[in-house]
Design a protein around this ligand. Structure first.
Ligand SMILES: CC(C)(COP(=O)(O)OP(=O)(O)OC[C@H]1O[C@@H](n2cnc3c(N)ncnc32)[C@H](O)[C@@H]1OP(=O)(O)O)[C@@H](O)C(=O)NCCC(=O)NCCS
Length: 180
């Protein structure tokens, strides 16, 4: 299976993320943090609540995302959420720059789906006239090279985390790539 825009042996469909996809997002968020965070410690309940709040997509606040699925089964997802300087996630840049998360299910990784989801999401951000999109990664994340290939660049770093930013130019380039 490949996930290019051309017809493929197994057909992958894409659609906008909806608030009713809450459980998909929760699963994706847990999958993303479980490999580098100890989920079972004294802070588990508070941390769990915080994670669950990331799955509350609020389209009225501008939040959006893209879901990739085969029939009724989701295989990959992006979610882009707006935060404020007073209350934000791990990749806050500005109130009008959404923080993006991405997760592709393990059995379909390394076949181009992550790239397709990121490019589509940046193109939607361009269509919405946003100034940029940010993403937060652990310093040693293998996802960094993929993000850089679709237009993200390092915006800031802490001891163990990176904030990457796709600026307006990168969004426009993603939109143009979608048209080719
Ligand atoms: C990152 C992620 C979305 C990539 O999805 P994908 O469908 O495999 O992506 P693509 O097939 O389009 O691109 C694969 C590229 O991603 C990079 N990559 C991502 N994860 C990797 C890994 N575990 N090992 C090596 N390379 C990896 C490589 O650059 C790879 O390119 P290559 O196959 O040419 O070497 C997927 O691995 C994932 O869900 N990871 C866990 C969640 C995560 O890290 N999210 C980012 C922070 S929110």
């Amino acid at each position: 299976m490949t996930c290019t825009e051309a017809p493929t042996a197994i057909s992958v469909s894409f659609r906008p993320l909806r608030p009713t996809d809450h459980d998909v997002l929760l699963e994706a968020i847990l999958a993303n943090v479980s490999w580098y965070v100890d989920l079972f410690n004294d802070e588990s309940v508070a941390f769990g609540r915080r994670l669950a709040s990331y799955a509350d997509l609020e389209p009225e606040n501008g939040d959006f995302g893209v879901l990739a699925h085969i029939a009724d089964h989701w295989i990959g997802v992006t979610w882009l959420r707006f935060f404020t300087s007073a209350d934000h996630g791990y990749a806050y840049v500005a109130d009008d720059v959404p923080e993006m998360g991405v997760c592709v299910r393990k059995f379909v990784r390394r076949q181009g789906l992550g790239r397709a989801l990121l490019t589509r999401s940046l193109a939607v951000a361009a269509a919405r006239d946003l100034p940029g999109v940010s993403i937060g990664l652990p310093q040693d994340s293998p996802a960094r090279s993929l993000c850089e290939r679709v237009g993200f660049a390092v915006h800031s770093r802490s001891a163990d985390r990176l904030t990457l930013l796709a600026d307006r130019r990168a969004l426009d380039a993603a939109a143009a790539a979608r048209l080719r």
